[in-house]
Design a protein around this ligand. Structure first.
Ligand code: HEC
Ligand code: HEC
Length: 220
């Protein structure tokens, strides 16, 4: 009887949390692992470059924050982030699929609360001035790895050629295949020349990272 009661209480609690999370689906790591076969074709190959519309390394997503992964996937699906491949991919995913794959990739990262790599590499004076101009770390956090909001990306150690392309995308308007409509980063990126964005991307890419690339598992 005690058992039954516990079970009923557990169900009641589960019911309440399901309602509370109606807006925000809970991702399941195990389910996510079953849904990443398609992703591995691009994100799971070391040094894999896109050939279209520009050439750069496909971003590392393992260890990225799950909320940011969902936000990015949603933006590709809605066309707010223009990228033909990622739009096609995102269109096949339901909201539950997105939550699951995000939980899977997010779980490949560091343990929550773990300390940062002891030494965050100090920027050159030129780069320090660019960072100070808009205060990048006020959002991207310590060492560009601890964003102040879980829906913001970790960017330290990401591929620099991808970071440069991403920063350029926030400045790009009116092109069919390239561009990101994010108003926050648009306002940031537009304050810099392309050369300055290149300097920033090179510095960010040289930092120690939470991000990883999981390679394609052997076919079972
Ligand atoms: C055909 C190759 C390809 C496939 C397949 C693919 N991706 Fe991507 N993905 C890319 C490219 C290229 C980008 C960078 C696009 C851009 O410039 O915005 C990207 C970007 C992303 C981003 C944004 C990363 C960031 O730092 O903002 C996420 C998240 C992502 N992909 C998740 C996935 C998931 C999850 C899957 C599988 C369901 C997947 N991708 C399948 C090529 C691919
Ligand atoms: C007010 C908060 C804020 C500030 C300040 C800010 N960012 Fe961002 N940044 C964001 C958000 C939010 C995103 C995600 C936007 C999206 O969904 O596309 C982002 C995205 C990015 C990305 C794309 C990452 C990826 O994986 O695609 C890069 C690179 C970046 N920021 C670099 C910078 C740099 C460099 C600075 C300083 C010059 C800066 N940010 C300042 C909030 C901020």
């Amino acid at each position: 009887m005690k058992h039954l009661l516990m079970t009923l209480v557990a169900f009641a609690v589960a019911g309440v949390t399901t309602l509370a999370n109606a807006q925000e689906l809970k991702g399941n790591v195990i389910e996510g692992e079953k849904k990443i076969a398609m992703c591995m074709g691009c994100h799971g190959i070391l040094g894999f470059h896109t050939g279209f519309p520009e050439v750069y390394r496909v971003p590392m997503i393992a260890g990225q924050g799950p909320k940011y992964i969902v936000a990015a996937l949603t933006a590709y699906k809605k066309g707010e982030r223009k990228n033909p491949s990622m739009r096609a991919v995102a269109e096949t995913l339901t909201e539950q699929d997105m939550a699951d794959v995000a939980a899977y990739y997010g779980a490949q990262g560091v343990v929550p609360g773990a300390t940062l790599p002891a030494k965050a590499k100090a920027p050159s004076p030129d780069v320090a001035a660019l960072i100070a101009k808009v205060g990048c770390t006020s959002c991207h956090g310590e060492n560009f790895s601890r964003p102040i909001d879980p829906s913001y990306p970790k960017i330290a150690g990401q591929h620099p050629d991808y970071l440069y392309f991403a920063l350029m995308s926030y400045k790009t308007e009116g092109k069919p295949m390239i561009g990101r409509a994010n108003p926050v980063m648009g306002g940031m990126a537009k304050q810099f020349s392309n050369d300055e964005l290149h300097l920033l991307a090179t510095y960010l890419g040289s930092l120690d990272s939470d991000l990883k690339q999981i390679q394609r598992p052997r076919l079972r």
